[in-house]
Structure formats: structure tokens, C-alpha cells
Write a new protein. Structure first.
Ligand code: MN
Ligand code: MN
Length: 337
């Protein structure tokens, strides 16, 4: 008598093994996409990785957030406030499908990115030099944060954002735009932030922004000079030069002014360690809207000239708030020549 077999067992009989393997691989064995922000991650890099992973997963392509380094105190404050864990720190991505967020420069991407499968890129910076071997989704917008880009994508694709995730993304926008004070802020950031605030239940947005800045400020006072200059350091390849630009943002930079000698020494150490031709430190005063700029390295004079700095050990430049808009372009201009 014919005994009925489950359909999958019949499938094994009829479908060639090769085809079956392919099918099983495609359906079951696909590793999740890993979503990761830049080295030395800031709040936008980590939260945008979480948000992009949530969006991809909601659209049916399982994804997980990773980080290329420890979360800074501000990021930890926001994650804790909305009940999130810090994404696992991971350095190697070979063979994985990868989405990059908040950067597209190789120098800021995982070292083994060439051996991974880059499948997506969500960013709000100048287009960098990463490459992909296969077709890839690239969404780069001239807005104040990657979280803004992602809020728009959630809306466009009709995916609802969980209230705690909305809170996180609001935190990322407020962080990257320094509560809309940064010149990188656009109207789209304000609209995205308001939408997220409504969704998250964080009604007093300005208050939340101030809370973030104060939490960060207080924690910075406990850090040593080396940690401070490494908090938000980005290294750029400009022409044949490696140029590091570090930014420390505070409500009131008084406590940092008292530590200029130590910070300057930490810069010299960093220049040697990372083999930089020049390093700029911007100590940005959010309340007074300007930055104290310091320059170190064998080509410090050239960097100083590019930035119109008279004293390399500390020149106040009123209105200078954005690395991306006000420091990178003149330096790139000078070093790429
Ligand atoms: Mn960033
Ligand atoms: Mn960003």
C-alpha cells in the first residue's frame, strides 16, 4: 500500500540534490546582514545601525546591528533610556553581507570590508571610496544625520517605527545636529525629529537635547586626555597625507581650556601612533558657538594655514561648529593639491 510521505521527503526524491542544496541555502542558511557604522562610533553610527537593521528585518531580510568600537557615554545614556543593549563590537566582516551606515570612507570602514559582500549604504556625508562587487542599495542624503535618512526610509516603505526605536533615532538626530545648532542641520532633520518625538512619546524635544549634552559634558570631565582626543577622531586620506580631525563638543569648554597642555601632548602621541601628517583638534563650545582649534603633526603649518589659524596651540574661531562643512573641505583642498 502506498504510504503518504510528508511533501518535503517526496521533494528529496524528486529534486536533484544540487538544486535542493541551493534552495536550502537560500531559504535557511542565509546569515543575517550585519549593519555597522564607522570606526570610533558616535551616537548616529550606532543608532543608525540599529535602525537600519530593524528596517531591513521588517522588510523580510534579517539584519543585525554591530559596532566597530565601544559606545560613548552619550550613546549609552540614550540606549539605556529607551531600554536597548549596546550592539556587539565586531572587527571582522569577511564573507558576511554588510550594510554600512554613517560613512562611506574605507579608512572608517572595517579593515576586511574587501572580503565581505557590501549590499547597502545609508549615509549623510560626502561620498567616500568604498567599492562593491555586486549591485548595492545606496542612499545618501545631504541632511544632518543618518537617522534622518532612515526615518524617511521607514516612512517611504510604510514600516512603522517602534516607539522605543523612535526615541533612539530622535536621540541620534539631536546628537548629530547638536540639537539643531550645527550648520549641517536641515529642515528635513527637524521634520524627522518631530515625527520621531511624536512617535516616541518624548514630548519636550529641546529638553531631551539638553539632557544629552549635559550627560555627555559631565562624563567627559572624568576622562583622560588620550580618551578625550580619541572620542570623536576621524582619519582622512587627503592626497597622499593622512589627516586626523578630532572634535570635542561641550556646553562650556572651560574645563578643557585648563587642560590644553595635556591635550596637545596627547595629540603628538596620536600623530606618532597613527602616522598622521597633521592632526586638528576642534574643541567646540556649543553655548558660545565656536571652536578652539589646535594643530599638531609634521605638516601642522600647512593645516594651520588652510584653517586660517594664527596660534597652532589654540586659536578661537567663532562660528566654526562643523568638521564636515568647515574643517574637512579647506584641509582637503590644501592636502589634495
Ligand atoms: Mn558619525
Ligand atoms: Mn552622522
Amino acid at each position: 500500500m502506498h504510504r503518504e510521505l510528508p511533501w518535503c521527503v517526496c521533494g528529496v526524491r524528486w529534486v536533484s540534490t544540487g538544486f535542493l542544496t541551493l534552495w536550502v541555502t537560500a531559504v535557511f542558511a542565509q546569515d543575517p546582514i550585519l549593519v555597522v557604522g564607522h570606526k570610533n562610533p558616535d551616537t548616529d553610527a550606532i543608532i543608525s545601525a540599529i535602525a537600519a537593521a530593524a528596517l531591513k528585518s521588517a522588510l523580510g531580510d534579517p539584519a543585525q546591528a554591530r559596532s566597530q568600537g565601544d559606545a560613548n557615554p552619550e550613546t549609552r545614556f540614550i540606549l539605556k533610556r529607551f531600554g536597548y543593549e549596546t550592539p556587539p563590537v565586531q572587527a571582522t566582516y569577511a564573507k558576511n553581507r554588510v550594510i554600512l551606515v554613517d560613512h562611506s570612507d574605507r579608512a572608517q570602514a572595517p579593515d576586511d570590508l574587501d572580503r565581505a559582500h557590501l549590499v547597502g549604504l545609508f549615509d549623510h556625508h560626502k561620498l567616500g571610496d568604498v567599492q562593491s562587487a555586486e549591485p548595492i542599495e545606496v542612499i545618501v542624503m545631504p541632511v544632518g544625520s543618518t537617522a534622518t535618512v532612515l526615518q524617511e526610509l521607514f516612512a517611504q516603505r510604510g514600516v512603522a517605527i517602534d516607539p522605543p526605536l523612535a526615541g533612539l533615532m530622535l536621540g541620534a538626530i539631536l546628537s548629530d545636529t547638536r540639537s539643531f545648532r550645527s550648520p549641517t542641520t536641515t529642515q528635513r532633520d527637524r521634520v524627522a525629529a518631530q515625527t520621531l518625538a511624536d512617535r516616541s512619546g518624548v514630548l519636550r524635544m529641546e529638553e531631551f537635547g539638553r539632557e544629552l549634552l549635559l550627560a555627555y559634558n559631565e562624563q567627559m570631565k572624568t576622562m583622560n586626555d588620550e580618551t578625550l582626543i580619541g572620542l570623536d577622531l576621524k582619519v582622512f586620506e587627503m592626497g597622499r597625507a593622512k589627516v586626523g580631525i578630532s572634535q570635542i563638543e561641550a556646553f562650556d569648554i572651560g574645563f578643557l581650556r585648563e587642560r590644553l597642555t595635556g591635550l596637545r601632548k596627547a595629540m603628538d602621541d596620536q600623530v606618532r601612533r597613527s602616522n598622521l601628517q597633521a592632526m586638528v583638534l576642534a574643541i567646540t563650545d556649543i553655548e558660545r558657538e565656536g571652536s578652539l582649534l589646535l594643530v599638531a603633526g609634521p605638516r601642522a603649518n600647512q593645516a594651520g594655514k588652510a584653517l586660517d589659524i594664527s596660534d597652532l596651540d589654540g586659536t578661537w574661531r567663532s562660528g566654526v561648529m562643523s568638521r564636515k562643512k568647515q574643517l574637512v573641505p579647506p584641509l582637503e583642498d590644501s592636502f589634495s593639491r
